[in-house]
Each structure stands twice: as structure tokens, then as C-alpha cells.
Ligand binder design. Structure first.
Ligand code: CP
Length: 306
């Protein structure tokens, strides 16, 4: 509905558009004052049917730093969804009150469905185990800032590769860049879904699956750690058995490259020990900060203001 762009899957953006968003975000970091009123009189609706700290707060901070306003809810129980209202009707309502919508939902595809009914841009802020495109923009922004390029490295992805939507989105994005080798580190039960493995095969990239983080670490330029996604498990016993499959500890970094970049979309539970936080290779809190700047760029772009 309407003549506007949405962001549901990272592939909705071309590589050139991602470069453009990163350029805007770099410029915001260099000169934030230039941007502080660009969204004056604009409103962002944050419709979060599932918990969030970083995504919701960084979208909120992003809109505030652009001079705009934010409205919304942070749990389904505080919206009329609890009375039985559909996603479609909720989105139609939000379109009446806001200029742009960020939506998180536990059901895969819900933001896509919502976007069919919206008269303003809809941003997928995470849908079930499916996609999380603004986390991917955050990851790409962090890689760009830390490595100075988006291709030409070996990346290890570790943890819950089955349910981890951030991993799925990031792979889809990275396949556009040259000379990337992928090392997938997970227990057998949390391997990448077959459709993502097929995507890697079809792209003809170099990738492998391994079971040992220790063995993988020395060859990595980027290590992307992930949490075991408790909320996606069908039974608690399986979660308890698998939750501590990989824990990155400070001493495990001794054989790692000096310029390794350790990323994690966060929240972490215990897959990165606290003593890693002080290591200069730990980039995950910096990454969360980059999430605010790239979301500022995205809001400006989807509103046609930049
Ligand atoms: N990375 C991320 O999506 O974090 P939140 O769930 O806290 O938003």
C-alpha cells in the first residue's frame, strides 16, 4: 500500500544502497549536529511484540537524535493484540499515527504481512528465527569501521546457527561481497538450516562446518558469537543440554590474530566470559553503538530525507 520502501529482508537493499547508508552513518558520527533536526515533526512507531533492549532503544535514540518523536509499545500484552486485534489492523492504526514503523514479532513473516497493509515504511526489527535486517546493517557498519572493508576476510560464526536470525541475515548480506571464507562453528543439532547451506553452495563460496571453537580461532579475522536461542526451543531439556556448547574465554584468544574483531549481536547469556570484555578485540558493545547510527541513516533514507 502506498509508494514507499520497506525493509523486511536485508536483500531488499542493494549493495550500493548499503554503501550509501554506511556513508550517511559515517557522516552522522563525524558531524551529528548537522542531523539533529532532520526528522523534526516526524514520528517513529516501535511495535514490539517480543522483548528487546538494543533494537528498540537504538531505534528510539536514533529518532530522538534526528529531532523526531517516538511512540509505540514494548510488549504485545500492552497493546490491543491482547484483545485479539490482528497484525494487519495494528499496522493500519500505526500508519495513521506515525511516519515510519519498526516492528518486531515472534512469528516469521509478520512484518512482511504487516507491510502489505501499511501506508508508511515498515522496518522488520526481527521476526522469529527468520531475519533481522537492521542487526545486519549494524554488523556491516561495525565490520566497515573495524576492518575498513566489507569483503576479504575469514569469518567464523559460532553458536546457535539454526535459530539465530542474525546469522541468517548476515550470511545473505555477506554473499554480495568478494573473497570471504566462512567457518560455521556449532553443535550438530544447531547447524545452519539446509536452505542457508544451499544458499552458500549455490553462491560457490568457500565454507566449512566445524565443532571446535579452539581449532577455528587462529584462522579468523572476525568471530561472530551468538546466544543459544532459548525462546525458539521446543523443550527446555534440549536447551539446557546445548546452552553451554561454546563459551569464549580470554585465554582462548592467545592464538588469535592481533586484529581479530569479536562481534556478538547481544544479548549474551554466558557464551562470552566477562574477562573478554577488556580485550581490545572485543567489539560487541561498540557494535551496539553502531546500531544507533546506522538506524539513523536508515530512517532518513526510508523517509526520503537523505
Ligand atoms: N541484537 C538485538 O536484537 O538485541 P535486542 O533483542 O536486545 O533488541
Amino acid at each position: 500500500m502506498g509508494d514507499h520502501r520497506n525493509l523486511i529482508n536485508i536483500t531488499d537493499l542493494s549493495a550500493a544502497e548499503i554503501d550509501h547508508l554506511i556513508e550517511i552513518a559515517d557522516d552522522i558520527i563525524a558531524d551529528p549536529v548537522k542531523y539533529q533536526d532532520m526528522c523534526a515533526h516526524k514520528k517513529l512507531a516501535t511495535l514490539f511484540f517480543e522483548p528487546s533492549t538494543r533494537t528498540r532503544l537504538s531505534f528510539t535514540a536514533a529518532m530522538m537524535e534526528l529531532g523526531g518523536n517516538v511512540l509505540g509499545f514494548d510488549q504485545a500484552s500492552s497493546s490491543s493484540t491482547s484483545k485479539g486485534e490482528s497484525v494487519a489492523d495494528t499496522i493500519i492504526m500505526a500508519s495513521c499515527y506515525a511516519d515510519i514503523i519498526a516492528m518486531r514479532h515472534p512469528k516469521e513473516g509478520a512484518p512482511f504481512v504487516g507491510a502489505q497493509y501499511a501506508s508508511v515504511p515498515v522496518i522488520n526489527a526481527g521476526d522469529g528465527g527468520h531475519f533481522h535486517p537492521t542487526q545486519t546493517l549494524t554488523d556491516l557498519m561495525t565490520i566497515h569501521r573495524k576492518k575498513g572493508r566489507l569483503g576479504g576476510y575469514t569469518i567464523g560464526m559460532c553458536g546457535d546457527l539454526k535459530f539465530g536470525r542474525t546469522v541468517h541475515s548476515l550470511i545473505n548480506a555477506l554473499l554480495r561481497y568478494d573473497d570471504i571464507k566462512y567457518v560455521m562453528i556449532s553443535p550438530e543439532e544447531l547447524e545452519l538450516p539446509d536452505y542457508i547451506k544451499d544458499t552458500l553452495d549455490e553462491a560457490g563460496v568457500e565454507w566449512k562446518e566445524v565443532r571446535s571453537l579452539d581449532e577455528a580461532i587462529p584462522e579468523l579475522d572476525i568471530l561472530y558469537m551468538t546466544r543459544v536461542q532459548r525462546e525458539r526451543f521446543f523443550n527446555e531439556e534440549d536447551y539446557i543440554r546445548l546452552k553451554d556448547s561454546f563459551i569464549l574465554r580470554r585465554e582462548m584468544l592467545d592464538p588469535a590474530k592481533e586484529d581479530l574483531a569479536i562481534l556478538h549481536p547481544l544479548p549474551r547469556v554466558n557464551e562470552i566470559a566477562k574477562d573478554v570484555d577488556d580485550d581490545p578485540r572485543a567489539c560487541y558493545f561498540y557494535q551496539a553503538l553502531m546500531g544507533k547510527y546506522i538506524r539513523m541513516a536508515l530512517i532518513l533514507y526510508l523517509l526520503g530525507l537523505k
